[in-house]
Write a protein that binds this ligand. Structure first.
Ligand code: B12
Ligand code: SF4
Ligand code: SF4
Length: 311
């Protein structure tokens, strides 16, 4: 990765409060990067201001993820060791401290509005957000790695590394670095009935992360269990996302990944092939209908009984 030249004043600011420095650097990159633009929509931002969380790379949760996600899911220490020995060709993997920086990028109101109106496949804006947005996440991850390396630390963006893989498992898929589980460990949100990750900015978001040997104070996890932010599990009511899914992939039992995959890659082919309008991009249209037009789209949903009544 390219490294920057860091002047003494910048280094001092970094050393005095590395978490604040990193938060500001990420937010500034999201605000100013020309890559965070929907080029087919008057260069409007792809993403709003991000949420940022930190996890201790030795948190026992990462060992649990080997049971919850897949035995091949990598721990932060494993992935940084692989980077050190296999990519950088160091003889030993002496790392010291280990931390994870997780970021969540909320999708702006106009994109969500356009997708919420759809019933069978995504809006064009949502489709461009899927693909241009993921390219932007790669840019942001590379920038963060370069910044940390410039400050003298080791850093890796796991999903851009040669160690990342998506595995086909019974009933669906599991990656070797699940961004949502990482974001859960960093205190940014919880899972839900439709599998979507509900943050304080809702579940219409995408996410990314970087692992480093810089010591960073972990964020608090303000929830009691991994489904706490979903109304269905919190109150036994809701299930609005079941009605939003055009592929019948969501039920009271949860999310059927194979049905979802079929909708994304087979049934929504006409979108990409131009039958419903020109200009769709990417390998698949991107759906995400379950992430819009639902009570958890923009926030952690509140039960109706607790909503403030305005007469
Ligand atoms: C493979 C994949 C898919 C597969 C399978 C999805 C899946 N749920 O696994 C398919 C193709 C179906 C898919 C579809 C979509 N995807 Co996708 N996908 C991924 C990918 C590459 C890996 C996911 C993974 O590893 N899952 C592992 C499995 C095991 O996790 P899981 O089933 O969700 O987790 C369950 C269990 O772990 C369980 N659990 C049980 N016990 C416990 C205990 C604890 C403590 C915890 C924490 C959890 C837990 O909780 C979860 C919910 O049941 C990630 C990118 C990445 N590297 O993370 C994006 C990602 C998950 N996808 C994303 C998105 C946006 C989509 C789509 C909207 C399509 C699009 N426009 O991109 C749809 C939405 C589907 C949905 N309803 O969630 C976003 C998620 C955003 C969000 N708010 O949730 C991600 C993170 C990409 C990104 N960079 O932002 N995706
Ligand atoms: S729509 Fe309701 S049930 Fe579905 S994920 Fe959101 S809060 Fe949970
Ligand atoms: S992404 Fe589309 S097909 Fe998949 S669960 Fe959500 S609404 Fe259903």
């Amino acid at each position: 990765m390219t490294t920057f030249t860091v002047d003494k004043q910048t280094k001092r600011r970094f050393n005095s409060d590395p978490k604040l420095f990193i938060e500001k650097a990420i937010k500034n990159f999201v605000r100013t990067s020309p890559a965070n633009r929907l080029t087919s929509f008057h260069d409007q931002p792809i993403f709003d201001e991000p949420l940022i969380g930190f996890a201790d790379g030795d948190d026992p949760l990462f060992a649990e993820f080997k049971k919850i996600v897949h035995e091949k899911h990598l721990s932060p220490r494993e992935i940084l060791s692989l980077h050190l020995t296999e990519t950088l060709k160091h003889e030993t993997a002496e790392i010291g401290s280990i931390s994870v920086i997780s970021f969540v990028l909320p999708i702006p109101a106009e994109t969500k509005r356009s997708n919420a109106q759809e019933k069978e496949g995504p809006s064009l804006r949502w489709n461009h957000t899927r693909w241009q947005g993921q390219d932007f996440i790669s840019d942001l991850s590379k920038y963060l790695v370069s910044l940390l390396e410039s400050m003298g630390f080791l850093a890796i963006a796991p999903d851009l590394s040669p160690f990342f893989e998506i595995l086909l498992v019974p009933g669906g898929f599991a990656s070797k670095w699940s961004q949502r589980h990482i974001a859960y460990a960093a205190g940014l949100g919880t899972f839900s009935l439709n599998d979507g990750f509900i943050t304080s900015k809702g579940l219409a978001v995408r996410c990314g992360s970087v692992v480093t040997n810089l010591k960073l104070e972990p964020s608090i996890r303000p929830y009691t269990h991994h489904l706490a932010n979903c109304l269905f599990y919190a109150t036994g009511k809701c299930g609005k996302c079941i009605l939003r899914c055009p592929g019948g992939a969501i039920s009271e039992k949860g999310h059927d990944k194979l049905k979802c995959f079929q909708m994304l890659f087979e049934k929504q082919k006409p979108w990409i092939e131009g039958a419903y309008g020109k200009g769709y991009i990417g390998e698949y249209a991107g759906c995400g209908l379950c992430q819009t037009g639902v009570p958890c789209e923009n926030r952690i949903p509140v039960p109706e009984s607790k909503q403030q009544k305005v007469d």
